[in-house]
Design a protein around this ligand. Structure first.
Ligand SMILES: CCCCCCCCCC(=O)SCCNC(=O)CCNC(=O)[C@H](O)C(C)(C)COP(=O)(O)OP(=O)(O)OC[C@H]1O[C@@H](n2cnc3c(N)ncnc32)[C@H](O)[C@@H]1OP(=O)(O)O
Length: 162
């Protein structure tokens, strides 16, 4: 894949803890897609540390959940909920160092479900953490009837996916 095939994805929820660009307490993740995978460059701030200069494992799990969620949404064009996820921590991740997070769909289990993988790599290209999750996929109408978000936000979000 050449660099020109990667396109930035529009933000959709300004207050989301992981991707909200107006949430001063959040991670403020951004995403790009090449149509087959998603990726995100991120430097985790000191306030998300666990032990001393290491990123907290719960934060790494959030980063992976967010990457898998955006991957599921953009590559299936459906609304999603995370049904479950497994995380493996392979190498400690330092705060304030550049990371690359990526995600892809491992298996479209059914019309209703997808298995998605995400990983976090450090500057050396080593995999520091990885996850596999099962995502339940919904149409906009189904998602609307679940009361997850107001109708106008739902329509705005659906427009941003495509
Ligand atoms: C651009 C992105 C910006 C924002 C990204 C944010 C990403 C954040 C991602 C998350 O972290 S989401 C929050 C954490 N996850 C949750 O809160 C999910 C809570 N769990 C549930 O709501 C339900 O357990 C779940 C929808 C996951 C279904 O779980 P089940 O245990 O019922 O799973 P099962 O395998 O039995 O069911 C799949 C079934 O879902 C069914 N289903 C459940 N609720 C439904 C519903 N309300 N409407 C329609 N179908 C529904 C559906 O029928 C489908 O059946 P089929 O496979 O037979 O078609």
């Amino acid at each position: 894949m050449t660099e020109t095939q990667w396109k930035p994805l529009a933000g959709v929820d300004r207050e989301c803890f992981a991707c909200g660009w107006e949430n001063p307490y959040g991670l403020q993740m951004t995403f790009e897609s090449n149509g087959e995978q998603l990726r995100s460059g991120l430097t985790v701030k000191e306030r998300f540390r666990g032990w001393s200069n290491l990123v907290h494992g719960g934060i790494l799990s959030t980063i992976l959940d967010e990457m898998m969620s955006w991957t599921a949404i953009h590559l299936t064009q459906r609304f999603i909920l995370t049904k479950g996820m497994n995380v493996s921590f392979k190498k400690p991740v330092k705060i304030e160092t550049p990371l690359i997070i990526s995600g892809y769909i491992k298996e479209r289990i059914s019309d209703r479900k997808a298995r998605v993988v995400a990983e976090i790599r450090d500057e050396a290209g080593d995999v520091c953490a990885l996850s596999e999750g099962e995502f339940v996929l919904f149409t906009m109408e189904e998602f609307g009837s679940m009361g997850v978000m107001p109708e106008e936000e739902l329509t705005e979000m659906a427009a941003a996916f495509s």
